[in-house]
Design a protein around this ligand. Sequence first.
Ligand code: GAL
Length: 951
Amino acid sequence: MSIDPSIAAAVALLGGANAAVDRGLSARSIPATSSNDTGPVTWDKYSLMINGQRTFLFCGEFHYYRLPSPDLWRDVLEKMKAANYNAASVYFNWDYHSAKQGVYDFQGVRDIQKLFDIAKEVGIYIVTRPGPYINAEDDSTTDQGYTDAWMEWLSAVDPYFVKNQITQGGQIILNQIENEFGLSKDGRIYMQNLEYKFRDDGLKIPFTFNDVSQTRAYYEGVGSVDIYGQDSYPLGFDCSHPTVWPKSVQTNYRNYYNSLNISEPHYIPEFQGGSFDPWGGPGYAACGELTNERFAKVYYKNNYAQGLTMQSLYMSYGGTSWGALAAPVVYTSYDYGAPISEGRLLTPKYNEIKLQATFLHTATPILTTEYVNRSVPDNTNIVDSVLQSVQNGMPTAQFHVLRQVQTSSITKQDFHVNINITEGEYTLPQKAGTYVTLNGRDSKILTAGYDMSSHRLLYSTSELFSHSNVGSREVAMVYAYPGEYGETTLAIKSKATAKAYSGQISSNTSSSAIQINYQHSGVNPIVISSHGSPDLLLYVADYTEAVKFWAPEINNNTRVFVYGPYLVRDATLTGSTLYLRGDVNGTTQIEVAAPENVRQIRWNNQRVQAKQTKYGTWTATLGGPSSMSIPDLSKQQWKFSPASPETSPNFDDSQWTVASNNALGADKYGYHVNSLWYRGEFAGGSNVTGITLETQGGTGYGYAVWINGNFSGGFSGNSSVGSDTRTFAISSNSGKNVVSVLVFTVGHDEEGGTSDSFKHYRGLGNATLVGSSETITWKIQGNLGGEDILDTIRGPLNEGGLYGERAGWHLPGYPGDANWTSVSLPHQFGTPQVAWYRTNFTLNAPSGMDVPLGVQVTDSDRSTMYRALLFINGWQFGRYANNLGPQTLFYVPEGILNYHGQNTMAVAVIPLEKAAVKSPQITLKSYGTFTTDLTVTSVNSPAWSPRPGYQ
Ligand code: GAL
C-alpha cells in the first residue's frame, strides 16, 4: 500500500474526500509521463500528440452505465466516431459496480472490458474518469472508511485500465484524477495519494484534472496533474428559457491558461454539450433547444478561437438514469439535450459537431496556432479572432474565427474580412457587391493560405468541411447557410477552368489563381481543372445539405465523401469494392466520391445499383425501413394486485431490521436506494393525539403514512423540497398502535462543495408522539437482502423495498400473477395502497432495423398524486411522477427489451398524500425507424425464482 495506514484511518474517521488529511506523508515524485517521455501520449503547449502525431482531442462524455445494453455501446461509439469524435470520456461509477465493500462486479451490463474491446474495434480513444467521486447527477452511497474504500475501488477497476491503456496497445490515452475537487492542503495530499495508487497499479498514461472553473486547482505543486483543464458550462442548467443566451461568450480562456504558465495544451475536460433537467423541469426538448446547433456553432468555435485543442462535450450521449442511478436533481431520463439523444437519434447539434470535428481533424495546422489579433473588419458588430498557424517556425495557414460581438444577437450582419497570407493581403470577398454574412447566432471559421491535399486554398469565405485526395483527384466540400455568398480562391500553376455541374457560379482566372463566386443553394459539384495539377471536385453546399455529408477515412490519408444518408458509420475499401455501413430513415439518394478503381459499392454489405455521374461520382438509391408492428398495450389485459400488506397492524415484520430511535436513516442498515418501509409500534392511549414525522428523500421524493391500517396522508413532493416535517393526527388505541411509513427516495445528494451533503440521511429522521413522551420501536425494510443483493445481474440499484420488489413481482415469469385480478388500464381502485400491474407482450422486429422504443405513460388527471415504477423484463426503467413530471416517455433500450420474443412489463403505483389510487395508461411508442446493420443481443434478464419469505 502506498498510503500510510494512519492516513487511511484518520480519513476513515473523518469520512469523505473532503476530510483527507496531511499526516506527514513523505514527498515522493510521481513517475508521471511527461512531454519529454517517448511514451505514446505526449504534449506541448499547442496540442496532444499520440504516437508522435499532433491530434485535436475531440472528445465526448458517454456513460456506459446509463445504457445497460452492451451492443448499443457500439452504436453510440460508432455514431461518435462517424461525427469525427476521436475519444470518449467515461466516468466509471463505483456504486454501480459494488453493492457493498469487498464486492465488485464487472460482468454483464457492467462488463467494462467489453467497453474497451468495442472502443478498440470502433477505433475511438477513451479518457477514463474513475473518480473516486464523479458527480454526474449520479447517486452516491459511500460513507465510512473512505480511504480504504477508494483504495479498494481502484484496486478493483485499475487492472482493467492498466491492460487497456495505450502503452499496452489499448484505447485509454488519459486518466482523470477525482472530479472538480476543491484545492486545499489536505486535498493536495489526497490527490497525490490517488496518483500514487494509479501509478503503483501500473497506469502509465498522463493524468488529467477537471477544475470546476478557473480556480487554479492542481495545475502545479503537490497533487498536480500532467494536463490540467477547466470545466465550462456557459449557459448553465436552466432550460426553461431556451432562447435566452448571455450577452457574450466567455473570452478569457486563453488568458487564463496563459496565466498558469504551463506548457500544456488548453484543455476543457467538460464543455457544455447540453444540460440536465430537474423534476418538474421544462423537459429535455427545451435543453436541446437551449444548447442547439447554433450554440455549438458559436460557443465551440469560440473555444478554438482561444487556442483550445482538447475539448470534451458533456454529455455527448446522456442515456438513462435507470433504477436508482439518478441523484435527486434529475429524473429518469438523462437525455441531457445531448448531440445523440437518449433514444440514440442524431440531432441537428450532432450534425454541426460532425462539420466542426471533421474540419478540425482535416485542417491540422489549427493545432499549432498563435493568436494574432482581433482584426475588426468593416462592421464593428463583428469580431474576427485571427489564428496564425506556425509550423517549423514558419507561418502557414490562417484561421479567422468570426462571430458577433454580442453573441446573443439575432441581427443579420454583412461584412468584409482582411486576410494576410504569403500571397498578399486581401479584403474578402473580393467580388464587388458580395459580402460575408453572419445571420444572428452564427460563427464561421474562414481558412486562408492553407495547403489542402493537392491544392493550395488561398481562402474561402465559405467554411471548409474536409478535403482529401480521392484516387487521382482531390475532393473538398465548403458550406454556408442557404442564400449566403461564397468566394473560394485557389492557387494554380496554369490557367484553370471551373465547371459547375449544377447551380450558378462565376469564376475568374489568372495564371496564378482561380476565384469562384456563388451563392449557397443545395449542393453544387464544381470541377476545377488546370494543367499540371490533379482536378479538384469542390462541393459547394448550403447548410441544410452540408449536414448530409460524411467523410469517413478509408485509410490514414484518404477519406471518401458520402452525401445523403442519415448516418455513415464507416467505409472500407477492399480491392475494387467500397463497403459503406450506415443507417437511413427513409428512401435515400446518395452520392459517393470514391477512388476511380472502385467498381462496386456495398451498403451494409448489400450491393447497390450505382450510376456514375458526369463528374465521376456514383449515385444510388437506398431503400428505407419497413415498418415494425408495435403491440397496443392499452388494448391488452393486465393483472392487478394490491401490494402493501405492511400497512396492516397485524403484518409480520419479525424478519425486518430493528432501527434505533435516534438513528433511523436507512443507509446505516444497508438500505441505500429506492423505496423504504418503516413500521413503528407504541402502546399509546387517549393522550396521544398525533405523530410528527421528519423524512428526507431528495428533491422530488414523497412518502405516505398509514396509522393502524388507515391511510393518513403523506407528502407528494416537489422539485425543490427534499425533506418534510408534518404531524399526522392519531386517535390512538391503548395497547398496540402501528404506524407504517413508505418513503419513496430519489437518491443521495451530489457533493458540489465540501458539505458532505452526499451523506444526508434517507428515510425517516425523527418521529415523536404528540401528547406523550413514549418511545416508538421502529423496524425498517428496504430492498430484500440490503447490501447482499439477491439479483446480482440487475445489480444494486434496481430494486427497492416495496413488497412486490421484495417478492420479485417485477421479474419475468412470476407465476403468482395467475391468481391476480384481470383489469385494463387505466384502472381505478378505492383504497390507497401500493398497486402492482403486470402484462406480457411480444415483439417481432424485422431484421436490419433499429426501432428505438419507449414506454409512454399517460394521465391527464392531477387530482391524485403518485409515483409509478416501470419494470421491463425486471429492469427498473422509469420513475413516473404524475404530479411533477416532466417525463412521460421512458426510453427502454433494445437488449433490455427483447425485440424477438416475449417481454414482461410490471408497473408499481405508489400512492402519496391524496387518497384514491389509480393507474395511468401505458403504451409503447417508437422514436423512429431506421435501417441498420447493428445487431443487438438481449442482456441476461433472469426470471423470477422463489424468494425467502415471499411467494
Ligand atoms: C459538472 C460535473 C459533472 C456533471 C455536470 C453537470 O460540474 O463535473 O459530473 O455533474 O457538472 O451535469
